[in-house]
Design a protein around this ligand. Structure first.
Ligand SMILES: Nc1ncnc2c1ncn2[C@@H]1O[C@H](COP(=O)(O)OP(=O)(O)OP(=O)(O)O)[C@@H](O)[C@H]1O
Ligand SMILES: [Mg+2]
Length: 422
């Protein structure tokens, strides 16, 4: 299908919407402004703020119960926020009923009509709106082609695979010419391989039709692959919103760092442009600039950013942390995963001072040294063989320095006292 044909299906989104002056930025397709929501006394969403740009796909990532579906339902008009506004294409739709919002929602259990063929499922919305038969036939044909189901048009849902059913659900939603698409765990019911294939297909489809979309998932890989940007939700609060590269490589909180992939955490203090971790010191003038001298911080780094050297030599740009001993080696498909025990002796804490470092590894008895996890891609693992017990120098090619609030107190300023609110 050619782009101009797609435009006939969807109209030109960019020109749809509010009169000029009303939009602060022509590129914003949907905005959620200071949305809060309580169910009884439980705060489920707190002060949620984000925009979706025209043609953008934004992924909302968060653990189960973090409030993802509630945000989606509020945008769709299926749930009312306690405070805040929903703005779609420059128009405040907060008071508007769901059917007048121009929002298409695709849920995980995409409930197709079982007694209708693929064609009739897709044309359903146009039929109940009494569109001319010729128009319906043409649009249905275009949509079937768009989602690649030409061979299956006469089949019933029970004769389709999960991925095919999902594509019917998407085509059926697109028939309504939505101005914004919302997907709630759209691949949840599918096997791993189909998930990967379908999410690539859908990403390509969305790029072609240029409809802004919001995806919900709790799968980090899916988020990284589908999203132009990712918003990380933690217990009803947005922790960070940014490109996949930003949230993965420059996480702003411990939650984001550990929710999106594996991360090692070492507690340290800032000392004259260095990070001091027990007896080890790693230079970090840029990373520590926003902290005060002596401030407790967390050094956060990904397993793939650990460089291990038997000779003690480290490549340019890699900063030496300390030495360590290889404790465990495992092959995990495309890479090798190692557990190392770092030579970090605790600096004696002053009275009342917390322990200076710690590491987030479950189920390991405390021995001397601090365990971290490192990964190496296969070529490197094969070129530089390591064995358990090897003593190595350990450097970091990338890391983040975050303020050290314990996880619970990180949220202290944000904990909601419902008695004080409205
Ligand atoms: N209608 C409701 N009444 C009361 N509580 C609700 C209601 N809907 C949702 N909740 C609660 O709000 C919280 C957020 O729910 P929500 O469905 O938004 O989570 P989610 O992030 O979509 O989770 P999941 O990944 O499991 O789908 C949950 O604690 C849930 O129990
Ligand atoms: Mg949900």
């Amino acid at each position: 299908m050619r782009p101009e044909e797609i435009t006939t299906i969807f109209g030109n989104n960019a020109s749809n919407g509010a009169p000029e002056g009303e939009r602060s930025e022509t590129t914003v397709a949907a905005s959620v402004r200071s949305v809060s929501k309580k169910f009884k006394k439980t705060v489920v969403l707190e002060d949620i703020d984000f925009d979706i740009a025209e043609g953008e796909s934004l992924v909302l990532l968060g653990a189960s119960g973090s409030g993802k579906t509630t945000i989606l339902r509020i945008i769709a008009g299926l749930e009312e926020p306690d405070t805040g506004r929903v703005i779609l294409h420059g128009k405040d739709v907060t008071e508007l009923p769901a059917r007048e919002r121009g929002v298409g929602v695709i849920f995980q259990n995409y409930a197709l009509f079982p007694r209708m063929t693929v064609e009739r499922n897709i044309g359903y919305g146009m039929r109940i709106r009494h569109r001319p038969r010729k128009e319906i036939r043409k649009k249905v044909g275009e949509l079937i082609e768009l989602v690649g189901l030409e061979e299956h048009r006469k089949k019933y849902p029970s004769q389709l695979s999960g991925g095919q059913q999902q594509r019917v659900a998407i085509a059926r939603t697109l028939a309504y010419k939505p101005q914004v698409l919302l997907f709630d765990e759209p691949f949840g019911a599918l096997d791993a391989q189909t998930r990967v294939r379908l999410r690539r297909e859908i990403r390509a489809l969305l790029k072609r039709i240029n409809v802004p979309s919001l995806f919900i998932t709790h799968d980090q890989e899916e988020a990284l692959e589908l999203g132009d940007r990712i918003a990380v939700l933690n217990a009803g609060r947005l922790e960070q919103i940014g490109t996949p590269d930003e949230v993965y490589n420059r996480p702003e909180t411990e939650y984001v760092a550990t929710f999106l992939g594996a991360a090692n955490l070492l507690l340290g203090v800032v000392s004259r442009g260095d990070v001091e971790i027990g007896t080890a010191i790693i230079p970090a003038p840029v990373e520590t600039a926003r902290f005060r001298e002596g401030q407790a911080i967390k050094l956060v780094f990904r397993p793939e950013d650990v460089y291990i050297s038997r000779t003690g030599e480290l490549p340019d740009g890699c900063r030496r942390l300390t030495n360590g001993v290889i404790e465990e080696i495992r092959f995990v498909g495309a890479y090798e995963r190692l557990t190392l025990r770092l030579d970090l002796v605790a600096r004696q804490p002053a009275e009342g001072e917390p322990v200076l470092y710690n590491v987030a590894l479950a189920g390991r008895e405390k021995r001397t040294g601090v365990p971290i996890v490192a990964t190496r891609p296969k070529p490197e693992a094969n070129a530089n063989l390591l064995t358990v017990g090897d003593r190595v120098a350990v450097g970091l090619t990338a890391f983040r320095v975050l303020a050290n609030y314990a996880l619970a107190s990180e949220r202290a300023g944000r904990l909601v006292d419902t008695s004080k609110r409205r």
